[in-house]
Design a protein. Sequence first.
Length: 407
Amino acid sequence: MYDLYVFAAWAEFAVRWLHVITAIAWIGSSFYFIALDLGLQKAPGMPAGAHGEEWQVHGGGFYHIQKYLVAPERLPEHLTWFKWESYATWLSGFAMLALVYYVGAEFYLVDPNVLDVPVWQAILISLASLAFGWVVYDVICKSRFGDDNTRLMVLLYVILVVMAWGYTQVFSGRAALLHLGAFTATIMSANVFMTIMPNQRIVVADLKAGRVPDAKYGKIAKQRSTHNNYLTLPVIFLMLSNHYPLAFASEYNWAIASLVFLMGVTIRHYFNTKHARKGSPNWTWAATAILFILIIWLSSIRTPAPEGETELKGAALRFASAEGFDQVSDIVMGRCSMCHAAEPGWDGLLWAPKGVVLDSPGAVARHAREIYLQAGLTNAMPPANLSFIEPAERAAIVAWFRTATGG
């Protein structure tokens, strides 16, 4: 049985690796095309229907790129479609969500101190929220309200703030920020799958049939692509946030996430303006710095720890009842709780690493899998073995975990 946990850990690592690779590919192509689009220039002698062109140099060669707002008079035999990066990023991200937050829902998704719900209900809420986000966003974009891009972006921001607060009322802090990122990323990927690509297929079909494509399809695709451009940086922050308790374990984590979306706007505005050759809006960096200082301040406000021990359920109850638990509980609280506490005793630590608090037997039972992988099967914890945990103590952790899991 214990080999299954090792396999699961490596499967999570492999999927995370894939997710990072595909995200780099998608974000890179997205940023490139936004910069290219903004840098296009009118030039004499361009073909009929060409909107602009750009000369670029890279890798020892020169590239001459031209853009058609609708389409060229003759469709090229070969077209390169930029879609798989988006699809692979979302699919690998959803796989990560399932592996970490659905399979490990008792540890990472559900926090009884926030909302004590069964695992199946928490997973259902998670899935429904992702679908809800796309449907609401798409309906608004297609309505008359969506004709004004500025007005639309303001409303989208309000929706994101509401969702940030809402997620923190349902899930653990770590899961709340991660879900806000997934909520946003679902909108971004669905923009490609449900809007941008279908519109491009309509244009191609019209060209093949000898019809003049309607320019509205390109306009709609450009709007959705622009939204993706401004949402990218906040999504990256939210996906990384689960590694930093200062972001997710704060009482004001929803406000931190809300400010991060504004930082995404200020940073992208600077680069988009530069790429469009409309000057250097350096004020955006001052605005970004102010927003970041506000985030740091919000993260440093201490939140009182919940009183009392949460009732143990499911897997945690099994681990607490397994032979050797009392010994392991003493080992972990003696070797780990100086850092993994509501108020860490180690200089320089404001929060427990990764938000994992191990200052009670119940907490040890709830974090059994991490303790086994980090301090039993490997020597990852404590860092540099600062608390001098003995090999026999690590062996006791392994024996306890395998007894509880039948391994």
